[in-house]
Design a protein around this ligand. Structure first.
Ligand code: C2E
Ligand code: CA
Ligand code: CA
Length: 273
């Protein structure tokens, strides 16, 4: 009976999620990503938020995996991408973003592998008259390993169109390093777990190794989940390029993110500037 109940709850949630995606009941929040050398907002990561009418906020770590399994992820991805494109077009018009600044969007494996993914994303940007170079697609190692040949082809197409690609949660997947130099990757994101445990000498060694690997290959490195001054200091000294985390700002609803951009037009990090 409990299994039956869970199935029914799952179905109800899936139905609510699809409805939310169709009726724009999902929001996109933005977390600033800071350039450690200049203190500028170099980018921001778009993160989807769902406020369920009865259950309240449900975190993406809960509903994204379900949505991937049921297929609802397509509607969510379309909504996120359309929202980002609309917001980006306005920020460009208002001059809120610096030259070269980009918005990072998480792309789940199920979505990336779907037929027509490249065409759809390209046409969303074209409709909003945006350059693909303002979008960074965050993919995971797991995606790379599932079907390297198709993935590589798709990444090359995206690269040729001008999109940037970031490898998210780096160091947590089961991957071979050999693909790193053959794929058009712009950014490597050092997973939060290494940054969190920097006091542990092994995490420090791994973080240094990832940073050196990225730099040797001409790839930009982002430290994720920076919460303390100590972590920030370590990453600056280790030569990390960009950081994101609660130390600077949590993911913000659009108006608060715009305020952040206005308040920190010159520099977020006074020391870096
Ligand atoms: P992610 O891509 O690794 O996103 C970073 C997560 O770290 C976000 O969690 C963010 O709120 C959190 N974070 C940022 N700074 C800190 C910090 O200093 N400390 C800690 N403890 N956490 C920090 P969030 O928003 O709950 O998202 C969780 C995951 O859900 C994301 O992990 C991503 O895999 C997925 N996700 C979120 N939005 C989307 C989306 O629009 N599409 C897809 N496909 N997946 C998404
Ligand atoms: Ca991400
Ligand atoms: Ca991540």
């Amino acid at each position: 009976r409990s299994l039956d109940e869970r199935t029914r709850t799952g179905l109800a949630l899936d139905r609510d999620l699809r409805r939310a995606a169709a009726q724009r009941g999902l929001e996109v929040h933005y977390q600033p990503i800071i350039d450690l050398r200049t203190g500028h907002v170099a980018a921001a990561e778009a993160l989807v938020r769902w406020h369920h009418p009865e259950h309240g906020p449900i975190p993406p770590s809960v509903f994204i995996p379900t949505a991937e399994a049921t297929g609802a992820i397509s509607a969510i991805s379309d909504l996120v991408m359309t929202t980002v494109a609309e917001n980006l077009a306005e920020w460009n018009a208002d001059g809120l973003l610096r030259d070269g600044a980009r918005i990072a969007v998480n792309i789940s494996a199920a979505e990336f592998s779907r037929r027509g993914f490249v065409e759809r994303i390209a046409s969303t940007l074209k409709d909003a008259r945006l350059s693909p170079s303002q979008i960074e697609l965050e993919i995971t190692e797991t995606l790379l390993m599932s079907d390297l040949e198709t993935t590589a082809r798709r990444l090359t197409e995206l690269d040729e169109l001008g999109f940037l690609v970031a490898l998210d949660d780096f160091g947590t997947g089961y991957s071979s390093l050999s693909y790193l130099h053959s794929l058009p990757l712009h950014t490597l994101k050092v997973d939060r777990c290494f940054v969190r445990d920097l006091r542990d000498g092994r995490s420090e060694t791994i973080t240094r190794a990832i940073l050196s690997l990225a730099h040797g290959l001409g790839i930009i490195a982002v430290g994720e989940g920076v919460e303390t001054e100590e972590q920030r200091r370590f990453l600056i000294d280790a030569g990390c390029d960009l950081v994101q985390g609660y130390f600077y700002s949590p993911p913000l609803p659009r108006p608060a993110f715009e305020k952040f951009l206005r308040d920190h037009g010159a520099s977020v990090d006074a020391e870096a500037a």
